[in-house]
Design a protein around this ligand. Structure first.
Ligand code: ASP
Length: 328
């Protein structure tokens, strides 16, 4: 073939490829989408993924199936998502613990959250609550702190593995209280909460989504909230900051991510479905009851989530290092 014809043939082939890709993205999704949740079923990450995923699936016209790949503080599930085919059929719903904080807590991670994942959109931010087993002899935060200080050899706190949100909440609390307490690791705070209700360990700091129903049912004691302002859902529970640990503040964002290399069209379609889900009145009411802060219009884009991830790495990696926790 002459050079000119070669160029024409190559251009035509590229055009066909682009058209096919465009058509494929338009048709997407043509089969169910799997969303990896890197913690056990029944916990807060799982609950939020299911609430959002169900509506997103209805909007996209395909079912969203939650795949709980729990263990190692969420790192096993995130690694699986990062290695999945970038075709839009395997996504990840994860929080800032597994994507940012754990950089300070592991000597090496099987993924780079900024390089191996493509942000889709923020799923909301949730405060945390310090909760204790009902039998713990403390009626407020000051009594709790005195009890932990006096019982360091036997006090135990629950968490969902190294780098989990409950680990961050607990380690910042313990470091600021200057106590050394035994960690009881779980694969998610769903199962941990069951054990706290039955009194198997003493306390935990976990997302409001998970603990509010058990607080309302009177099965566990709320002793402080992790935000600088009290929560409308728990108006009588003081903040940990106002109770004596000045500066204690931890809130946890969750977001949808896809493996690196997922096409821009697919990311845009998923982001639109997420934004439409977050604008749905029923979803807004449900999430607000669970103390989830919904993203503003400016916070909803994939790029905004990219910036949020970077900001969390910049904030938490030095903070956790300064708390003196040795990486595993
Ligand atoms: N709340 C958990 C955490 O500590 C995770 C979960 O079970 O959703 O990260």
């Amino acid at each position: 073939m002459k050079r000119r014809n070669l160029i024409i043939a190559a251009t035509a082939a590229a055009g066909v490829a682009a058209l096919t890709q465009g058509a494929r993205a338009q048709a997407y999704p043509t089969k169910p989408i799997s969303v990896i949740v890197p913690f056990s079923a029944g916990g807060p990450t799982d609950a939020l993924a299911r609430i959002l995923g169900q509506r997103m699936g209805e909007i996209l016209g395909q079912q969203i199936i939650i795949d709980n790949v729990a263990g190692a503080g969420g790192t096993i599930g995130v690694a699986k998502a990062a290695r999945a085919a970038p075709d839009g059929y395997t996504l990840l719903f994860a929080h800032m613990g597994t994507l940012a904080v754990n950089i300070a807590l592991y000597k090496s991670l099987p993924y780079d959250s900024q390089k191996d994942l493509e942000p889709v959109g923020l799923g909301g931010t949730n405060p945390m609550v310090l909760v204790a087993k009902k039998g713990l002899p403390a009626k407020d935060f000051a009594e709790f702190m005195a009890w932990v200080k006096a019982n360091q050899k036997k006090a135990q706190y629950g968490m969902a593995g190294i780098g989990a949100a409950s680990h961050l909440g607990g380690l910042m609390l313990n470091s600021m209280m200057k106590v050394d307490v035994l960690e009881i690791p779980y694969k998610g705070t769903g199962p941990a909460l069951n054990d706290l209700v039955s009194g198997q360990f003493d306390y935990m700091v976990d997302q409001a989504v998970n603990v509010l129903p058990q607080i309302k049912a009177g099965n566990i004691k709320p002793l402080g909230v992790s935000t600088l302002k009290r929560l409308p859902q728990l108006p009588d529970v003081p903040t940990i900051d106002e109770s004596g640990l000045k500066g204690y503040e931890v809130t946890i964002w969750n977001g949808f991510f896809a493996p690196k290399g997922t096409s821009k069209d697919v990311i845009a379609k998923l982001n639109q479905a997420l934004l439409a889900t977050l604008a749905d009145e029923k979803i807004r009411v449900r999430l607000t009851e669970l103390a989830v802060d919904l993203p503003s219009a400016a916070e909803g884009s994939p790029d905004a989530l990219r910036n949020t991830l970077k900001a969390s790495i910049d904030k938490w990696v030095p903070a956790v290092r300064a708390a003196g926790v040795k990486p595993e």
